[in-house]
Design a protein around this ligand. Sequence first.
Ligand SMILES: [Zn+2]
Length: 209
Amino acid sequence: MSNVVGINEFVGTANGETHCWLCQKPLSIRALFCHFCGTVQPVREIDHFTRLGLDRSLDVDGELLERQYKALNKSLDPERFLIRGIGERGHASKQRDALNEAYETLRKPLKRGRYWLRLQGKELDGDQEPSSLMADLRQELLAACDPCQCDRAAQKAGQLLEQGVVLLMKALREENWAEANAILVRLDGIDGFCDEVRVRRKELCGIQH
Ligand SMILES: [Zn+2]
């Protein structure tokens, strides 16, 4: 179970206690609300897994993630804070932002993979030559003169992305950090390419109509 890491390995205080900003009673650092006075708490420095109440694992259970996110988001619904003070409304709003960031990061394998590397302190900045495969795809896109050709390029890119994510997860599980970093750079390139295809497709659709 090397892909599940104990709670204290990333954030020393994740299990620690803190105090309610209002009534000063002790609280778990993960608590959104004070158990004593019910006040919403400020955003604390905890990792995304902890924020969503999930085990720290590369393989996130998608359904559980959705459930946790929805429940937490509901408890932070702005409607609930309409009659609270400015301080509490501010904390609730920042908690929602932090929750959304955690959710968006863990939901997508590519983002989760990069976050995992960062948590392990293994994220590298490295330039990488674009692969010949990407160069071919780019050529194909440049030559595309109708939306169908764009779709074909997008399909190939999507396939590469899918295969890449499988390889990325494998490298991360095996703690092959150099490989994982190299794959991430490649996948970012493909991801960017997918955006370019969408733009090109829109242009071509505009020309046709
Ligand atoms: Zn309190």
